[in-house]
Design a protein around this ligand. Structure first.
Ligand code: ZN
Length: 352
């Protein structure tokens, strides 16, 4: 990967951006896309939109959500411990023992999610998975007043781990889901800026996907594109305990995943496959029988409908702080999205 691109990927992945609190990722996205987009703007929801060739046809929307899962401070106890709820879908077993950052107006404050030591757990406790509301964050506060002097109810929290490269082109981070997708739509726009398409292209880093595809809904309405591609992660099935019978045979390093099913316009699907084959980009297929849990779902149902596609990157350990992917798939997803968009013209009919 190009050094500047890798630096952007690291910066956006490391930027804390739980749903509803995406401003730091948006800043990173704006700074990067400003270099090559014709225009970059942020709407009232917080979606950040980089535009190329605004008067072109057809109008195409890319969506990569830049929010990540996190926690939100709900209560400060008399002893100064912070109780919290989820932002997005969590496996509570992951939270125990983590270092966290509480993002306050005084900056990001370190803390830990503590638990009673194993010695003090009775047999029943050892078997039980704690619920999130039973856990607490310890920032080292003296008491409630001390904690409340820096932390406010509603401050968001992220787990304090950052991007790390692994062997063989693999990398780990929290929040690859889906700041990787925001990265891909920006990279595709950069490639298209070098080799300009006929289409008008709106590369959106959407907000609030993890809590109900909320940013994609309003940005799709605002942009009013006829064609839309969402970029997200999908479950890899090449590690222990994941059942290929349920998710298919999806492997990191074997290329981006092109989705097929009711949420996907069949002509968009075929054009994505044709493009991958013509460009020599490796790809995999996945099938989803209904609406996907991605921005593609909200996009397809925009106004009178949008011809929608979904490109995914295989991810191990989704919604944990140690998500793993292959960087090559991320690059290839951007290449596929750009090459697909180059092929679009206003004579194409996407009626199934
Ligand atoms: Zn997710």
């Amino acid at each position: 990967m190009r050094a500047e691109s890798l630096a952007f990927l690291k910066a956006i992945v490391n930027a804390p951006s739980p749903s509803g609190y995406e401003q730091r990722a948006a800043e990173v996205y704006r700074a990067y896309t400003r270099e090559f987009a014709d225009r970059v703007y942020t709407d009232v929801m917080g979606n950040t939109i980089a535009v190329l060739n605004e008067t072109g046809t057809p109008r195409v929307m890319f969506a990569g959500h830049m929010d990540e899962i996190g926690f939100i401070v709900k209560h400060i106890s008399d002893e100064g411990f912070l109780y919290f709820g989820p932002i997005g879908g969590h496996d509570p077993i992951i939270a125990v023992g983590q270092r966290v950052l509480v993002h306050t107006k005084h900056g990001s404050i370190p803390g830990v999610i503590g638990r009673k030591p194993v010695h003090l757990l009775d047999d029943e406790d050892r078997k039980k998975v704690p619920q999130l509301h039973e856990l607490w964050i310890d920032i080292g506060a003296k008491d409630k007043a001390d904690a409340a002097s820096v932390v406010r109810i509603g401050d968001p929290v992220t787990i304090a781990v950052e991007f790390q490269e692994l062997r063989n082109g693999f990398a780990t981070a929290r929040g690859f889901d889906n700041k990787m997708g925001a990265f891909v739509v920006a990279e595709a726009l950069r490639l298209l800026a070098e080799d300009r398409p006929k289409a008008a292209v709106f590369a959106v880093a959407t907000v609030q996907e993890e809590i109900g595809l909320r940013g994609a809904r309003t940005s799709a309405y605002g942009i009013d594109a006829s064609i839309g591609i969402a970029v997200d992660v999908t479950h890899a099935s090449d590690y222990p305990t994941v059942d290929k019978r349920r998710v298919g045979d999806i492997r990191p390093g074997k290329g981006p995943v092109i989705c097929r099913g009711a949420n996907i316009n069949p002509r968009v699907f075929e054009l994505l496959v044709e493009t991958a084959e013509a460009e020599g980009i490796p790809y995999q297929l996945e099938a989803v029988g209904g609406g996907t849990g991605t921005d593609a779902n909200a996009m397809q149902l925009n106004k009178a409908g949008m011809a929608t596609g979904l490109i995914s990157v295989p991810l191990r350990y989704m919604h944990t702080p140690c998500e793993v992917l292959a960087l090559e798939d991320v690059e290839n997803a951007a290449r596929l999205l750009a090459a697909f968009t180059k092929r679009l013209n206003s004579d194409m009919d996407f009626t199934p």
